[in-house]
Design a binder for this molecule. Structure first.
Ligand code: ADP
Ligand code: 5SP
Length: 536
């Protein structure tokens, strides 16, 4: 280690508080990954009794205990030490988190954050810092609140024009409204409301961190043009205290200050280590992939999402437009499908045991197009299209069937998922042409059989980033590095990400998947209760 401040080794730390696990990674000045660690909630913290990182209620409520995330942070920090991280070299840190979830802080929480004892874990000191479990993005229990919010601002189109989205059950505005309506005492006992991203940031900052503008766009409360809270939407979701509980949102590239003394004393961070605004995981993935025009990001995490950078805001009829996380992407479009990796994993377990290799063997036992068998599998209520949990299977004549052989089920699940992603992307006007490429990331992006299906269905080559399979996590560290470099006026050698093609479409893709794309819409029409007022 050098004594000279300028020549000191410089590293950047990123976190991803995602649905199923907390991941952390350290990059060097060249943005190459030096160390990594993760904590899987279900496995490493079984005392919280989560399944897939969440707790499910009987009427579509899905929550997570915020203390789970705090304890996971205690654990991941220790795992980073074991991995050999020297925290004194970290110049800046930032993070990503699952979007839309809200954290409800008790009155004395902020003062506690400011005077944490460094000889104790965070989770023992913050055990009573929260007044409620956190509703998360899988929650679908707020249909009534969505309707009221849309009515209050003049209808769904008007809400989409202002906030970038029609009302969605999982968005924070309707979640806040529900808590205000059904648990008013808890609402009144709440000093501040954070998103999961700003909550996680607060732990490092030692005070409640401001909400990031990109992630704030997933609340149905922010005017995405003026970048201020929308008064009508706030009024529809809470009382006069709501604006104060949320605080003023800030751009994603904001240096919020130095890391709290707790981390300096306990882990040996430099006292000047900067904390950069934490953002939503999809926003962070867009930043980590550094998407160019014509490229479509495909995040295959617990949810599947499609991400595209936009030069200007828009009012989508479906999906979302968010304030962008970087100067290169002033706005971004996001399509989210709730039945992603966890649904694939459930059916893998059912059809092939606990092995992806065995599942891929099943896929290889069938042909592309699956002899006409198709299947929509919603283990959890779906967001796009808005639909209840259920299963809709079809034979080659489009007749409804109850079951099919395991190899046909395996391919039907994956092909119909990819067709749905393409169909809904086309529905919001996303065109795929000869210059398009799909850039895949997230846990399932290591599965080449799956990526081949996406290449054929999208008629575009699928690339993955060579540096790391998790762009949200890498994006968090890169954002920290970019903000630090700008402020310190120090050029870092971090280069453009290296992308490798992993799947290219076969010449007969259109013949096979063109008709299936049309059949997808006919199956969707058979799914009951699709109107916006029906409870999921
Ligand atoms: N080889 C694979 N094929 C398909 N899916 C995989 C494979 N390996 C891991 N996954 C899936 O990746 C998911 C986790 O992805 P990740 O991006 O970490 O999710 P999240 O960020 O939402 O917690 C798991 O649900 C798992 O099923
Ligand atoms: O709700 C959304 C996006 O609108 C989800 O994409 C969450 O942000 C969860 O992300 P993953 O844990 O699946 O990456």
């Amino acid at each position: 280690m050098f004594d000279d401040e300028e020549n000191r080794k410089k590293t950047f730390l990123g976190f991803d508080f995602s649905t199923q696990r907390l991941k952390a990674l350290v990059i060097g000045e060249d943005y190459k990954v030096l160390h990594e660690a993760e904590v899987e909630y279900d496995v490493d913290l079984p005392e919280f009794r989560t399944h897939g990182g969440v707790l499910r209620g009987e009427c579509g409520e899905v929550t997570a205990p915020p203390l789970l995330w705090v304890k996971a942070l205690d654990m991941v920090m220790d795992r980073l030490i074991v991995a050999g991280v020297d925290f004194s070299t970290v110049e800046a840190l930032s993070g990503a988190a699952q979007q839309h979830g809200s954290v409800w802080w008790a009155r004395d929480a902020e003062s506690r954050l400011g005077k944490l004892a460094s000889d104790q874990f965070l989770h023992t000191q913050l055990a009573t810092a929260f007044v409620a479990n956190s509703p998360v993005w899988l929650d679908s229990s707020t249909t009534e609140d969505c309707k009221a919010l849309e009515e209050a601002v003049g209808g769904p189109e008007e809400l989409a024009k202002i906030t970038g989205s029609r009302a969605y059950e999982r968005f924070t505005g309707s979640q806040i409204r529900k808590l205000f309506r059904t648990r008013e005492r808890v609402y009144q006992a709440t000093a501040r409301i954070s998103l999961v991203s700003s909550f996680a940031c607060s732990l490092f900052l030692g005070r409640i961190a401001p909400i990031d503008l990109a992630d704030a766009s997933g609340m149905n409360l922010l005017d995405i043009r003026s970048k201020k809270w929308d008064e009508q939407a706030l009024k529809a979701c809470g009382d006069d205290s709501l604006e104060g509980k949320l605080g003023e949102p800030v751009p994603s590239a904001t240096d919020l200050g130095a890391v709290s003394p707790y981390f300096v004393d306990r882990y040996g961070f430099h006292s000047k280590c900067r904390v950069v605004t934490f953002t939503g995981d999809n926003c962070s993935a867009l930043a980590g992939l550094r998407l160019r025009s014509g490229w479509v990001g495909l995040s295959l995490g617990t949810s599947d999402t499609l991400l595209v950078g936009l030069p200007e805001p828009a009012a989508p009829t479906a999906g979302h437009v968010l304030v962008g996380p970087t100067a290169h992407a002033p706005y971004m479009a996001l399509l989210c499908f709730s039945n992603g990796s966890l649904t694939r994993q459930n059916h893998r377990d059912r059809l092939a045991g606990h092995s992806w290799d065995a599942f891929n063997e099943l896929l290889r036992a069938t042909v592309r197009g699956n002899m006409g068998y198709m299947g929509i599998y919603y283990d959890t209520p779906e967001i796009l299209p808005r639909a209840p949990a259920g299963r809709w299977l079809r034979d080659a004549h489009n007749r409804s069937i109850d079951k099919m052989a395991p190899q046909f089920e395996a391919r039907a699940l994956l092909e119909t998922q990819a067709l749905a992603r393409r169909a809904h992307a086309a529905d919001i006007g996303l065109t795929i042409d000869a210059s398009s490429r799909v850039v895949a990331t997230g846990g399932a992006s290591v599965n080449k059989e799956l990526l081949q299906i996406f290449a054929d269905v999208f008629n575009a080559p699928v690339y993955v980033q060579e540096d790391h399979a998790n762009a949200a996590l890498l994006g968090a560290a890169i954002r920290a590095a970019d903000v630090w470099s700008e402020e310190a006026d120090v050029q870092l050698s971090g280069s453009e990400p290296k992308m490798s093609p992993v799947a290219t479409p076969y010449p007969d893709h259109e013949k096979i998947y063109g008709p299936m794309l049309e059949r997808y819409w006919t199956i969707v029409q058979d799914i009951p209760k699709l109107d916006s007022e029906t409870k999921l």
